[in-house]
Design a protein around this ligand. Structure first.
Ligand code: BES
Ligand code: MN
Ligand code: ZN
Length: 487
């Protein structure tokens, strides 16, 4: 779906479907009036009959004599409208539109001013919500022709001075869609090679993007022992996929985003239980989110240098697989005692984080569906941020608030470090039951000393459930973080 900003009066808009907001207890609706007395009479009638009252969650479709669908959606009371509600309203509207035969739609939700949401934020919520609602996974499913996905374009009405935010949100939405595509594709398709191919297409599309892919042999030779260990049980050989975007002066240090790309996590020899193991196809959503963010930034041509580094590896049990008890030498030279082969994310990330430092980045963020414990702690609402750099967690959290893609900080205090000490190596790869998300962060912190680095665990936010699939989070948060950085 193409998204376009517009300032056209609703009465002149020829889209098949017009989306109009209506507050609870609102009597006249200026947008509906602009569409003719006929329609305002219809709306008054419906309001009088109490068929529709403008409560959040309600919606009503009217038709004019030009055959346009006019979808009037309830916004509830203005002072009670939350960010989540506005996002969901826009989401549901395009979701419903995609079930009609309409090809073009125009959203006039931003014609209203919201008492408790800033205008720039409202723009992002409406655009991101609309794009999310319209998305449908179709890659490996046959749809009947008459049930084909429908909206080709969405126009978003907003004041001219808000159009830069529409452009930003539109790029974010493209990144989110790319991340959802990568996340939702099955593990027999979206394997390390597929991720590298996907990155190739991105690199081919933009003049200022370069791609570097390290193969198994190269990484083995370089001494990336931890990553190699995780990948050695799989026939799908690992790859390190590095996308480089140059949007600023060469001398400016890049921001590095590192994303966990476990294309399927069986747990390895420490095999996971069977129930819901299929969901471990989403274990590359860290990778998907950094690639999605890369797409958003390249689309915007943001004035920044960006590096995304994706270790893409499959974790399988096999005669060649690494085992509990093994001691592995990582790329950094530090040794790791493997106590659980299912704690594989940190193993591939430690080598990728060491590699990232060779590019002398100004800041490094890593994104990973790293621990089940994170879902226990924060559920599906917030990603977890951990850092030792002052102010960095706040920068991430603030960016998330701007686009309603929220995160929350967990401490990385030194007192937790002893949980991963061992007599047999420099560290062990698990920290026991207490604070599982934090001890995973502690593990990574040992490979990022002296860096401006934050770890973001997205185990609870990267996908919803089997029906809705990958959320594309936290592409919006990361993109906003970079927009704020570029200033
Ligand atoms: N990919 C999983 C984490 C995960 C599990 C994310 C469920 C979302 C839902 C990760 O590789 C893993 O298996 N972590 C283990 C770590 C443990 C062995 C210390 C976990 O969380 O159980
Ligand atoms: Mn695992
Ligand atoms: Zn995993």
């Amino acid at each position: 779906m193409k998204i376009k900003a517009t300032v056209q009066n609703i009465g002149d808009n020829a889209a098949d479907l017009l989306i109009v907001g209506h507050f609870q207890d609102q009597k006249d609706n200026a947008l509906i009036s602009a569409l003719g007395s006929d329609l305002s009479a219809q709306l008054s009638q419906r309001l009088a009959n109490a068929d529709f009252s403008g409560k959040n969650g309600e919606s009503l479709t009217l038709y004019n004599d030009k055959g346009q669908h006019i979808m009037v959606v309830g916004l509830g009371k203005n002072d009670k409208l939350t960010q989540t509600a506005l996002y969901d309203i826009s989401h549901k509207a395009t979701g419903a539109a995609a079930k009609t035969r309409c090809k073009t739609a125009a959203s006039y939700l931003l014609n209203d001013t919201f008492e408790s949401i800033d205008a720039d934020q409202a723009v992002k919520l409406v655009v991101l919500g609309a794009s999310h609602g319209e998305y449908r996974y179709e890659d490996t499913k046959n749809f009947k022709e008459d049930n084909k996905h429908s909206l080709d374009t969405l126009e978003v009405f907003a004041d001219e001075n808000l159009h830069t935010y529409i452009d930003q949100a539109k790029a974010m939405a493209e990144g989110v869609t790319a991340a959802r595509h990568l996340g939702n594709n099955p593990p027999n398709i979206a394997n390390p090679k597929y991720i590298a191919k996907f990155a190739e297409k991105i690199a081919a599309k933009y003049d200022n993007v370069e791609l570097e892919v390290l193969n198994h042999k190269q990484m083995k030779k370089m001494g990336m022992g931890a990553l190699i260990a995780v990948g050695q049980g799989s026939h799908n050989k690992p790859k390190m996929v590095v996308l480089k975007y140059s949007g600023a002066d060469k001398k400016q240090a890049p921001v590095a985003l590192v994303g966990k790309g476990i294309t399927f996590d069986t747990g390895g020899i420490s095999l996971k239980p069977g129930a819901n193991m299929d969901e471990m196809k989403y274990d590359m959503c860290g990778a998907a989110s950094v690639i999605g963010t890369f797409v958003a930034i390249a689309e915007m041509q943001l004035d920044i240098n960006l590096l995304t580094i994706v270790p893409a590896v499959e974790n399988m049990p096999d005669g060649k697989a690494y085992r509990p008890g093994d001691v592995i030498t990582s790329y950094s030279g530090k040794t790791i005692e493997v106590l659980n082969t299912d704690a594989e994310g940190r193993m591939i990330l430690c080598d990728a984080l060491t590699y990232a430092q060779e590019f002398k980045p100004e800041v490094i963020l890593d994104l990973a569906t790293l621990t089940g414990a994170c879902v226990v702690a924060l559920g599906h609402q917030a990603s977890a941020v951990m850092t030792k750099t002052d102010g960095l967690a706040q920068e991430v959290i603030q960016a998330g608030l701007q686009v309603h893609d929220r995160a929350w900080e967990l401490p990385l205090w030194d007192e937790y470090q002893k949980q991963i000490d061992t007599s047999f190596a420099d560290m062990q790869n698990i920290g026991g039951f207490p604070a599982g998300t934090i001890t995973a962060g502690c593990f990574l912190s040992r490979f990022t000393e002296g860096q401006n680095w934050a770890h973001i665990d997205i185990a609870g936010t990267a996908w919803n459930n089997k029906k809705d699939g990958a959320t594309g989070r936290p592409v919006a948060m990361l993109t906003q973080f970079l927009i704020n950085k570029a200033g």
